[in-house]
Design a protein around this ligand. Structure first.
Ligand code: PLP
Length: 407
């Protein structure tokens, strides 16, 4: 298919693309279902799915057909015009979420940017100028734009770009007392991931989200859930908030929404749904016909194929098998549905990632000790078995050399 070698591509990338990514040494060329192949023809089982994006796997026929059909009909118009796919996608998202209005963006950071702007405007609704404080959680991840990196309470992402925006305060995740202490009438929003992804796959305690809801209500602040990673079936429900019975005022989505096509969304309900007026916010590409037609097909396929329930079943199967097969190497397992974290007993997560890749399995490491697994929702038991068999070999080998000091 390609006329370039592996080395030529890496060199070209190195020479021409800004070095913002520490890439793994693999040039991927094509995919099919839960598998991808590199330019040398080597096959990999993809348990990362483009970081929780390819929910339908690779080259899903329905998605390919949707992209082709819409590209041949109308690809882009700008938001100066009405188009058919955008309100259709909005209607579907509202139906599955119970929310009232949608705004479309192009990425998770942009969806969060919209939510932050919405919250800041909400804080001004009674003519107030002092209600702009936004509380987010330590270990969070909300994106790389200036507002979203400010919301992301991790020094490593903020330091090179200081100063951050004013008006953000950070609290430890799942700490009710800290949230109570930080809250006040000058807060316009609390922004949380229902399961922290980048931070190490930590699900929220139900009592924490319930208290966040109560505190927002008491202080007339918006509760924003960043469901960029947890949304669209990943956790075994359409949205993670549906596990908790705690409904936010604003929810952001991206990643899986387009199944691989870039799209983000900011959904709002109740008073939050009517904050934005014409001219308040916008984007040239946001909600374009190609992105929306593709995303609508993702939602329809997940629904038709029962992939939310399937994600619950596969997640349960994987984690219970991981506990029995890999138990000696695991301190803990965490997750919801197919958003899974394996906490290792030794700080070898990056070594496991590299060795697994060599054996044809793609996983992710967050920190020294956590493996993050985000496979496509279409995986079957055989794929779980295949991944666990590779991890078992790799962990046995690495922990042997770790114990004997040969690492
Ligand atoms: C919870 C969460 N929010 C926001 C983002 C940013 O999304 P994007 O990379 O599409 O800007 C991510 C990306 O990993 C994420 O996991």
């Amino acid at each position: 298919m390609t006329t370039y070698t592996d080395e030529q591509i890496k060199q070209m990338d190195h020479d021409c693309v800004m070095g913002t990514y520490a890439r793994l040494p693999v040039v991927l060329e094509r995919g099919q279902g839960p598998y991808v192949w590199d330019v040398n023809g080597k096959k990999y089982l993809d348990f990362l799915a483009g970081i929780a994006v390819n929910v339908l796997g690779h080259a899903h026929p329905a998605l390919v057909a949707a992209v082709q059909a819409q590209a041949a009909t109308l690809m882009h118009t700008s938001n100066i015009f009405y188009t058919i796919p955008q309100p259709r996608l909005a209607q579907k998202l509202l139906a599955i979420s119970g929310f009232d209005k949608a705004f479309f963006a192009n990425s998770g950071a942009e969806a969060n940017e919209a939510a932050i702007k919405l919250a800041r405007k909400y804080g001004k609704k009674d003519g107030r100028t002092d209600k702009f404080r936004i509380i987010t959680a330590q270990r969070s991840f909300h994106g790389r734009t200036m507002a979203t990196v400010t919301a992301t309470a991790q020094e490593k992402y903020q330091k090179p770009f200081a100063p951050m925006l004013t008006g953000f305060d950070y609290v430890p995740y799942n700490d009710v007392a800290a949230l109570q202490k930080a809250m006040g009438p000058d807060v316009c929003a609390v922004m949380l991931e229902p399961v922290q992804g980048e931070g190490g796959v930590y699900p929220a305690d139900p009592a924490y989200l319930q208290e966040a809801r109560a505190l927002c209500d008491a202080n007339d602040a918006l509760l924003i859930f960043d469901e960029v990673q947890t949304g669209i079936g990943r956790t075994g429900h359409w949205f993670a908030f549906q596990h908790y019975g705690v409904t936010p005022d604003v929810m952001t989505l991206a990643k899986a929404l387009g199944g691989g096509f870039p799209i983000g969304a900011c959904l709002a309900t109740g008073a939050a749904a009517s904050v934005f007026a014409a001219g308040d916010h916008g984007t040239t590409f946001g909600g374009n016909p190609l992105a929306c037609a593709t995303a609508l097909t993702v939602l329809e396929t997940i629904e038709k194929d029962g992939l939310c329930t399937h994600a619950q079943e596969m997640g349960r199967y994987f984690l219970s098998k991981a506990q029995s097969e890999l138990g000696a190497h695991l301190k803990d397992t965490r997750g919801l549905g197919l958003m899974m974290g394996l906490e290792l007993t030794q700080p070898v997560a990056k070594k496991v990632l590299t060795a697994a890749l060599e054996r044809g399995l793609i996983v992710n490491a967050v920190g020294e000790t956590t493996l993050r697994l985000l496979p496509p929702l279409i995986i079957e038991r055989e794929h779980c078995d295949e991944a666990i068999a590779i991890l078992k070999d790799v962990l046995a080998e690495i922990s042997g050399s770790f114990v004997t000091g040969n690492s």
